[in-house]
Ligand binder design. Structure first.
Ligand SMILES: [Fe+2]
Ligand SMILES: [Fe+2]
Length: 306
């Protein structure tokens, strides 16, 4: 079976229980009262102090390996800013792709979504547009360059999402958002971290918690009713997405393109990047930060390696 063979009931895309509907209505109400506005975190006068660390030092990708010790203090600071610029860039790529996907579902299946799902998909899209603009402003104020877009090996399958059951798009989005969000919060919420950067991620997180809640509700609902053959095809593709995503978050080999000096190691060497991704420090922090997410995927039968 292929993803595009998953049955779509266009009259009723999601067969909600009363608690599902209530939970989504609640997300709509809270969002209508509390959504971020564009200037609420960063405006053109905001000063970001680049002499400070933008994330916890022990969360640098190669921290705890011999490669980290090859860098001097100035280079370490530059690497940390580049790594956070990567996180910001990842949010931009993801979040500017969501509104067309979700609004596209609405245009395609308007009659098939309940009122609260219609409203929340619209609010979700609006919030991601605001987030994208906030992240763009952070890049401008820090003079950091946006990172190269992830290659097709990571994102190629996203192109097929508009044509398949919306649950696949919502789960794929959830997979990216949840991991990116957990990474951002885990690495930046500390008193030593540059305060504007820490606050931006903290405020963003408040809205992302609602997005994650929505995604989990929808996916749990669909998984509780779909035939095993349909669930298996979704499990297969999302499992691949999750594995390559966690690798990419742990260490991205485009770092050389975003620092001003020659790194004393080659991240395009498979052995080196694998050594960094599997360092004791990365294994330790990944086990903590991704634990809740991986447990949920395990319960759905999506990842069997946990
Ligand atoms: Fe967002
Ligand atoms: Fe989001």
């Amino acid at each position: 079976m292929q993803l595009d063979q998953i049955n779509i009931n266009t009259n009723r895309i999601f067969d909600f229980t009363a608690p599902d509907s209530k939970a989504i209505q609640n997300l709509v109400s809270v969002s209508n009262e509390k959504s971020l506005s564009l200037n609420s975190i960063i405006d053109n006068d905001t000063v970001i102090d680049k002499t400070k660390y933008p994330k916890k030092v022990d969360c640098a990708w190669c921290y705890g390996t011999k490669y980290w010790d090859m860098l001097d203090e100035k280079q370490k600071l530059e690497v940390l800013w580049a790594e956070v610029a990567r996180d910001v860039s990842m949010f931009i790529f993801l979040e500017q792709s969501l509104p067309p996907l979700y609004v596209g579902y609405i245009n395609q299946y308007r009659e098939g979504f309940s009122k609260e799902t219609y409203e929340y998909l619209m609010i979700f899209s609006k919030e991601e547009i605001v987030h994208t603009l906030i992240f763009r402003k952070w890049l401008a104020l820090t003079n950091e360059e946006i990172w190269p877009a992830p290659s097709d090996s990571y994102t190629g399958f996203l192109k097929m999402l508009p044509a398949v059951h919306p649950v696949v798009g919502i789960l794929s989005t959830l997979t990216l958002e949840w991991a990116a969000e957990t990474n951002a919060i885990f690495t930046t919420q500390n008193a030593d971290v540059e305060p504007v950067t820490a606050k931006m991620f903290f405020e963003h997180h408040k809205e992302e918690v609602r997005h994650i809640t929505f995604g989990r509700r929808i996916v749990n609902n669909w998984f509780s009713k779909a035939p095993e053959s349909e669930k298996n095809v979704v499990r297969q593709i999302i499992s691949k997405q999750l594995t390559s995503l966690l690798d990419l978050i742990t260490c991205n080999n485009d770092l050389q393109k975003r620092v001003s000096f020659q790194l004393p190691f080659d991240l395009n060497d498979e052995k080196t990047i694998s050594e960094i991704r599997n360092s004791e420090n990365n294994k330790k922090i990944n086990a903590i930060r991704f634990a809740e997410q991986l447990e949920w995927y395990k319960q759905l039968g999506i990842c069997s390696w946990v």
